[in-house]
Every structure is written in structure tokens, then in C-alpha cells.
Ligand binder design. Structure first.
Ligand code: HEM
Length: 457
């Protein structure tokens, strides 16, 4: 018998109207459900049952089950925006694609990206050098992660500015349309989109994106593969071997860019904001970086350096605990699923993992769960935590394919920025307001003051 407490919403609609964001943000709606009905709650979205969870045991049941690999139906609009790639595809296609694409994030390939990360952060240093204040660090970082992402996954060089600018404009419009369609599912119907006047601009950008990516693929097809194993070259190899179709290469290309862009941007940006709000922890990170890079300036960060950044590691984890880039992850179970609390989840339930609330549970993280404190990740504090209490990339076979890439680029960027600049802000942590636009977003981005650190000779 499947019976749980929860918010049923309106007949036929369930909580669909709540999720449009007119009164409350979808993240707030999910948090309210868990606060009111507990760590395992039931709700409805149209005629689909929604299972909203913050219990680490149940989250483990979901993420580790071979019957919960498929993404929830709420991800269907991805097809219209960026096509069906790893982020939204279902089995059996997903398993085949993931198996072929896993090697594009191998250790050896990731190591080859380190010089690119270093080079692009050096340009960012020059930009910050000109500023005393940065009103919107997220938009500055977006440029940087897009350029880095396009170089490392798509092989588009930083000098190809016109293409990057077009892709950026396209992805902005597509992401906005995608969010509208996910949270207001009726907007996924072309007729309704036409009536609202949002169909044409969206389609223009979608087509332009297709054109750019198709051209890139054609150019790659015309050339003999130089032996490069970055994502686009591997994908084109799979096209040559008839394992992927042209459409699949296009869709996976869009997926890689979208998967990398805002997640990494926000982790770096939120890290800077939190350290600006909590200067005592920024100073400890600075001390660590000063000892490693006494000269400052445009130094190169190596793989070995990244392994040695013990304090920065705590900071990155604590940033992703409080501000996980993907605060809500949704799956669907294709078969009845036996849960560790004795309940059997019938097939076809939409399982929403409320990572935002999980990461702030006081019974797991202590009375200061809502406060930024990197000590939460000291070995002595983390060793007895439930293995599914902290899951910024989720866990299991369908966890983030770009985890190591994301961590590496975040650490290199933060190390070089924090060694060279001191960030501060008048904005208070308590005043941050969060919303879920598929990635965690801030209603207002705190302005950061930037001071240059003295070089030590
Ligand atoms: C700090 C950075 C990042 C965070 C926190 C993050 C987080 C996540 C999360 C939560 C998921 C969903 C996993 C699930 O459904 O269980 C995901 C999936 C994914 N991410 Fe990331 N991500 C990051 C960086 C990246 C980067 C750099 C890339 C690409 C270069 C990337 C590409 C993807 C892709 C393709 C998927 C879909 C994987 C699949 O379903 O097989 N991510 N990520």
C-alpha cells in the first residue's frame, strides 16, 4: 500500500500552479513540502505522483537502483531546447551513450585541460585587476566558463569570439525557454508558445545553434582525427563508425555545454561570495595559497597543487553543501522499488531528490547547518556522516559525468583568484534569496569589492 503524507494540490493539476513561480519559487515549494510533511512526502504534478525526499537512506535506494536510472518526465522539455542528450535521455539509449562518453572525461584527458584552465584564468586575473568592484561576478564568470568549456569539450578556440558570442546568446535564450517549459508544462506545447509570442525567438536561437554545431561537426568530419580524445572528437569518431547519428552528436554537444556552464560558474561565483561574507575563512584559504604560491600573479597550478589544497577543498565542499548547483534532481522508477523504510514505490513515480534541504538538515549537519562553515568537512566531522548526506554531483552510475572536470576548474580558478585578490561585500548571508532555475540561482547577486593582494617577493 503506497500511502504517504503530502500536499495533493488541486484536482487534475496537483501542485502545477505552485511551480509556475508566481507566488513561490519551485525550490521553496519543495522545501515547504518537506518541512510540513517530513523527509519522505508525496505530492502530485498534473496526474503524476511526486515523491519528494530528503532522507539519505531513501535517496541511496533511488540513486543506486537499476530501476531508477531514467530521468523524471519533468525533463521532457529538454528535447525542445537542447535535444535528447545525457542529461535527459532514458534507457536503453542513455546506457549506450554514457558508456561511449565516459572516456572523454578520463584522468589523462582531464590532465590535458589544466594548461587551458590556467591560461583562461590568467585572462580573468587581468579583468579583475582592472576592477575595484564587480557588480555581477556571475556574468563575468559565465564568459570565462563558456570559453573554457568550448575549448575543452568542443575544441572551439578562444579566438573564435564571434562563434562563442552567438552560442552564448543562443544558450541564454534556450535555457530561459527550457525553465519556462519545465515549470509550466503547458508552455511546452508549440501552439501555446505561439500564442504567448515566445515560439519564434526560441526557435531562431535553436536553429542558429544547430547551424553552428553542424558546421563544427562537418569541419571535424572533413579532417583526419589528430588523435584528440576531447568530447567532440570522440563524438565525431562515433558518428564515423555509425554508433551515433548526426542528431545525437548535436544533442550531446549541446548537453555538454549546458551541463558544464552554469554549474561551474555558480560554484566558483558562490564560493567567492561566501568567502566575501565570511572573511575569516577567506584568510585561511589565502594563507594556504600564499604558502603554495609565494610569488602570486599568473602562476601555473599543477595537478599536484590541486591535491595539496586541503583548505580550499573544505571551502568548495561547503559551498556546494549550502548552494548545490543542482538543488533538485528528479528520476522515475521503471519498476516497483522496495525502499529501506519498508515502503514499495510503485513504478512510474517521479522521485524528486531535494538536495538543497538534504544538505541543510540540522539532524545531520548540526545546529549551524544553515551557516557557512568549512569545518563541516574536516575529516573528524565528515567521517561519521551518512554517505548520501552530501551529494552535489549525486552518486551511482548516473551521477555527473563532469564531476572531476568541475572540481578541477573550480579549484584552479579559486586558487588563482584568492591568491591575488581579497573579496568583500556588504551583502549579508542571511539576505541571500534562492530560486531553482534548473540550477540554483540567486534573486539578487551580491556586488563584490576587490582589493589586490601585495605580491610577496
Ligand atoms: C561543480 C560543477 C558541477 C556540478 C555540481 C554538477 C552537478 C550535476 C548533477 C547534480 C547532475 C545530475 C545527476 C543525476 O541525475 O543524478 C549532473 C549531471 C550531468 N552533468 Fe554535471 N555538474 C557539474 C559540472 C559539470 C561539468 C563541468 C560537465 C561537463 C563538462 C557536466 C556535465 C553533466 C552531464 C552531461 C550530466 C548528465 C549525466 C548523465 O545523466 O549521464 N557537469 N551534474
Amino acid at each position: 500500500m503506497f500511502k504517504l503524507p503530502g500536499r495533493m494540490g488541486y484536482p487534475l493539476l496537483g501542485i502545477a500552479l505552485d511551480l509556475t513561480g508566481t507566488k513561490k519559487d519551485p525550490l521553496e515549494v519543495m522545501n515547504d513540502i518537506n518541512v510540513k510533511y517530513g523527509s519522505v512526502a508525496l505530492s502530485w504534478l498534473l496526474h503524476y505522483p511526486l515523491f519528494v525526499v530528503t532522507d539519505p537512506d531513501i535517496i541511496r535506494d533511488i540513486l543506486m537502483s537499476p530501476h531508477c536510472i531514467n530521468k523524471s518526465k519533468v525533463y521532457r522539455p529538454f528535447k525542445k531546447a537542447i535535444g535528447v542528450g545525457l542529461l535527459s535521455s532514458g534507457n536503453p539509449e542513455w546506457s549506450v551513450h554514457r558508456k561511449h562518453l565516459n572516456p572523454t572525461f578520463s584522468h589523462k584527458i582531464l590532465l590535458s585541460f589544466i594548461p587551458v584552465f590556467n591560461e583562461e584564468v590568467n585572462k580573468l586575473l587581468e579583468q579583475f585587476q582592472q576592477m575595484d568592484e564587480c557588480p555581477d561576478v556571475i556574468s563575468v564568470l559565465q564568459e570565462f566558463t563558456l570559453t573554457t568549456g568550448l575549448r575543452t569539450t568542443m575544441g572551439i578556440e578562444a579566438s573564435e569570439r564571434a562563434i562563442s558570442a552567438r552560442l552564448k546568446a543562443n544558450f541564454n535564450v534556450l535555457a530561459k525557454g527550457l525553465i519556462q517549459m519545465v515549470f509550466s508544462p503547458w508552455l511546452a506545447h508549440d501552439l501555446i508558445r505561439k500564442l504567448y509570442g515566445i515560439y519564434e525567438p526560441f526557435n531562431t536561437h535553436r536553429k542558429d545553434n544547430e547551424k553552428i554545431i553542424q558546421n563544427l561537426i562537418k569541419k571535424k568530419l572533413d579532417k583526419v582525427n589528430s588523435g584528440s580524445k576531447i568530447f567532440i572528437d570522440q563524438a565525431v569518431e562515433l558518428l564515423r563508425k555509425d554508433i551515433f547519428s548526426m542528431q545525437e552528436v548535436e544533442d550531446e554537444s549541446n548537453t555538454m555545454v549546458v551541463g558544464a556552464l552554469e554549474t561551474t560558474t555558480n560554484t566558483i561565483g558562490y564560493g567567492l561570495m561566501l568567502l566575501a561574507m565570511f572573511p575569516e575563512y577567506q584568510e585561511r584559504a589565502y594563507e594556504e595559497l600564499l604558502a603554495m604560491f609565494p610569488e602570486g600573479g599568473a602562476f601555473d597550478v599543477t595537478y599536484a597543487n590541486i591535491q595539496d589544497m586541503a583548505y580550499l577543498d573544505l571551502i568548495v565542499n561547503e559551498t556546494m553543501r549550502l548552494m548545490a548547483p543542482g538543488p533538485l534532481v528528479a528520476r522515475e522508477n521503471t519498476q516497483d522499488l522496495q525502499l529501506s523504510n519498508g515502503l514499495v514505490l510503485p513504478a512510474g513515480v517521479q522521485c524528486v531528490i531535494n538536495m538543497f534541504a538534504l544538505h541543510r538538515r540540522r539532524d545531520i549537519w548540526g545546529p549551524d547547518a544553515d551557516r557557512f562553515n568549512p569545518d563541516h568537512f574536516l575529516p573528524s566531522n565528515i567521517e561519521d556522516k551518512h554517505p548520501f548526506a552530501f551529494i552535489p554531483f549525486t552518486k551511482g552510475v548516473r551521477s555527473c559525468i563532469g564531476r572531476k572536470y568541475g572540481l578541477m576548474s573550480t579549484k584552479i580558478t579559486l586558487a588563482k583568484l584568492l591568491r591575488n585578490f581579497k573579496f568583500s561585500t556588504d551583502f549579508k548571508f542571511e539576505d541571500l534569496e534562492y530560486c531553482d532555475t534548473l540550477v540554483l540561482t540567486l534573486k539578487r547577486v551580491p556586488a563584490l569589492k576587490i582589493e589586490k593582494r601585495q605580491k610577496i617577493h
